[in-house]
Ligand binder design. Sequence first.
Ligand SMILES: [Zn+2]
Length: 413
Amino acid sequence: MAFPLQDVTVPELKELCQAMWDWKLCGNCQQDIKERSCPPRRCSGVDNCPWGQRSERLGPFFDFYRGVTGSYVPDFFGEEDQALRGHRDLFDIIRLTRRCGFTVLRTLCMHQYFATRLGDVDSQTMVPESDQGRAFDLAARVLTMTNLDSADSQGFLNQTGGGDEEGIGFSPPAVRGSIACLQIALAEIFPSRIHPSLQAGDPQATVIKNGLTAEMLRRVAGIRIERTDNLRDHLRLDSTAGVVQVFHLTSVLREHLLATKPTGSDEDSSYETLPCLPRELALETLYTIQLIFPPGGNSQAMLRTLVSKQGFDPDSLRFGTALFELSRHERERALCFPVWGTRLMDLYDEIENPKPRGRLDVWLERRSKSRHIMLATAVGIFTAVILGLLSLCVSIFQTWIAWQEWKESAAGR
Ligand SMILES: [Zn+2]
């Protein structure tokens, strides 16, 4: 089969949610996964089965999943030669990544996974390393909603192995190439910086946060909003085209936050959930979306248009994050925007000093070069001379009339 992940069934989507967020499914749904039922069973809805409650809301995420997995092509086509034989293999890798991929070298995870798959007997897998890497990248892409396979994530991809986990506390550039666990890769992609003008005590912060809306971006800066499902492109501004990208799959961010938040039934405070996307990052991203599209008013209306016309996740219209936060401290820290602060300030700068984007603006900008200013001055002087000559003619005429009148009155006397 050319594309082994081309089709995805409902039971597979149920298992995907289970792998991603540890969903505790009802009996029917679990049976569904076990038997790969076709057609799928109805969710019984008992025990607050999350599939019955929230799967509909995750429609845009399932579309994203179909999109990124459908195009996977293995290096070789043989049952044991391809890294991903079906969706289940990908779910296994997602589970493994959550269990240890955040802190353990990727090469070690890969080795462990493919050795176990062969059943310990022969740990020499026939799957080419490039294909193994692609499978792990795909799992990380789905899990973190971040495309790690791009030019500026070299540290994650071109890792050589041989490092150890001691380097996790180092600053990212120092460990580039030696440590390649997900935690480090994400820290490199989403570095955290303090922006003084976005901190809670700064009077400027309120002004900036109130002024940075979708409406202002469009009306003052002439910037268009486009959706992205790659978290690393969130709030990325293309200044020349006048386009800013906004990560729209908020339903996934909320699921990540729910999955990593201990529920009331987990009495034990030491209860540890497995990581998906770092909580701070998910929460801060939700806040940036609420900042740009504040409830009520034109910005919210723009978001509704983006949902209906451009396929934004309808979940982005939901406001409020209190249900997903752990503490007030967590909220306050996220509201200082340590990760997205730089891009937010760039956007605010565009509102303060808008670049010419409309046709008239560009025309004026092009004509305000010095050559054109000289020309405009010359035209101005020429006009002044003509007007001067005209007024001279008029005064000569007036003098002539006055002289005539004087002559006539002198002759009449
Ligand atoms: Zn169910």
